[in-house]
Design a protein around this ligand. Structure first.
Ligand code: FPP
Ligand code: MG
Ligand code: MG
Length: 442
């Protein structure tokens, strides 16, 4: 492919699942209208990094088996894929819908600990479909993003707007969201539908926040300020000489969560829910347990707590990995040439008027000096020579280093979230994925 292979290729565990991903998505996207068909499928023709599907598949493999509903359900141990196309709707015989009291016989309430490696490495058809849905939502946002950013290049080829025009690109993105929603509904899990629908809203919120900025008061109490409260150089100014305010940083991180990390966080959480760790599945399980011969409240509470911890760990992993991913993306904007990156680069964000982490750090480092960064941020780098001057200043500063440092910090937090996940091949791959995100150069 023109963009080259994925920087995450070194993760073989789910490579056969990923091989099927694009084909399966294509089969979900067929339209009778050739123009719509072409634009909807366009970005799936080039090789993407597929980091969102990777997160979903690996998190599934790493956490399936925690819940007894997974371990003893009809899909337990099944590894072959049995969902092939849009005319083959997801089986309503979902693991969550048709377990029955007989599954309780022999249940010792300790299924999590006793589940074997082979059980925990199985990935459900519903989880594979979730991986496809996450990628479809992502690509829908790219179709819209390339219109908003007026971007000419994507995945090493002409962008959709430059190939099909703005109108078809927007409609193609909408079509993708529609088809993703159909697939989502077929998962038959309201908790998962809620999560992914919220992601779509978050993507739009993040984009608008990036476009319009945000009043600092909105961020108070968001919890994000604590990221920066340890900063020695807390400055209250905001105008050139004074350096950025804490609100510049918190707003940047909040926007980063909404536009990038929310999808990774919530689809990772959704993967554990489909694996039987959701509230709904647990409630049903506990109701059945209470009718069994020897109900044990302590065991049930331990199970509920463990499932809750796994859901939160998946969310926290995706959230921190996502923030690290975007920080590296923002850093590469100052380093990569478009040939390597597959999209317009070297100051592309500055040209869009965006002050990302490297700029905020440079501005902070040079506060009190005569450099003009504050004014450039204020006028969105629209003055003559602003972009070139800002590029220089960032490279003269420790901005890129400090951005990499912050990305590593989020990488470490992602790893910390994995502490509650059972050791094994899948967890090892999730650890390597953090490394891959921090080391990628495109
Ligand atoms: C890429 O960022 C874009 C996003 C991460 C999200 C964009 C979201 C929207 C356009 C809102 C609409 C959402 C949907 C679901 C239709 P970037 O421009 O920083 O990265 P790039 O360099 O890859 O273009
Ligand atoms: Mg863009
Ligand atoms: Mg954009």
């Amino acid at each position: 492919s023109p963009a080259g292979s994925s920087p995450f290729d070194a993760i073989p565990l789910v490579s056969s699942d990923l091989d099927h991903l694009r084909g399966n998505i294509m089969s979900l996207l067929g339209s009778g209208h050739p123009s719509l068909d072409s634009v909807a499928k366009y970005y799936f023709q080039a090789e993407g990094k597929h980091i969102r599907p990777l997160i979903v598949l690996l998190m599934s493999a790493a956490t399936n088996g925690v819940s007894p509903i997974f371990a003893q359900g009809p899909h337990a141990g099944r590894e072959e894929r049995d969902l092939t196309g849009v005319d083959d709707p997801l089986s309503p015989k979902s693991v969550l819908n048709d377990y029955n009291p007989s599954m309780l016989s022999g249940a010792d309430g300790n299924a999590a600990a006793s589940s074997s490696t082979s059980t925990s490495s199985a990935i459900l058809p519903t989880q594979r479909r979730l991986a496809e849905i996450a990628e479809m939502i992502h690509v829908a946002s790219l179709l819209h993003d390339d219109v908003i950013d007026e971007s000419s290049l994507r995945r090493g080829a002409p962008s959709s707007p430059s190939t099909f025009g703005n109108k078809l690109s927007i409609l193609g993105g909408d079509f993708l969201l529609g088809r993703a929603s159909v697939s989502l509904a077929r998962l038959r899990d309201n908790e998962v539908v809620e999560l992914l629908a919220t992601v779509i809203a978050n993507l739009v919120e993040g984009e608008v926040m990036q476009m319009k900025g945000v009043d600092a008061s909105v961020l108070e109490g968001s919890g994000l300020a604590s990221f920066w409260s340890g900063e020695k150089e807390q400055i209250a100014g905001g105008i050139d000489g004074a350096g950025p305010t804490p609100a510049h940083f918190t707003s940047y991180l909040q926007k980063t969560y909404l536009k990038t990390a929310s999808l990774m966080a919530k689809s990772a959480r959704a993967a554990t829910i489909l694996g039987g760790c959701g509230e709904g599945a647990l409630q049903q399980w506990l109701a059945l347990r209470s009718q069994s011969a020897s109900p044990s409240r302590e065991e049930d509470e331990a199970l509920a707590a463990r499932c809750g911890a796994v859901r939160d760990a998946a969310y926290g992993y995706g959230r921190n990995l996502g923030i690290a991913f975007q920080l590296v993306d923002d850093l590469l904007d100052f380093r990569s040439t478009s040939a390597a990156f597959g999209k317009p680069s070297l100051g592309a964000d500055l040209r869009l008027g965006l002050a990302t982490a490297p700029v905020l750090y440079a501005w902070q480092e040079f506060s009190g000096k005569e450099h003009g960064l504050g004014e450039m941020v204020e006028r969105k780098f629209e003055g003559p020579g602003d972009v070139e001057r800002a590029l220089e200043l960032v490279h003269e500063s420790r901005g890129l280093e400090r951005t990499a440092e912050l990305a590593r910090h989020h990488g470490e937090m992602a790893l910390k979230c994995l502490e509650v996940v059972e050791e094994g091949e899948a967890k090892a791959a999730l650890v390597r994925l953090v490394q891959g995100v921090l080391e990628r150069v495109k």
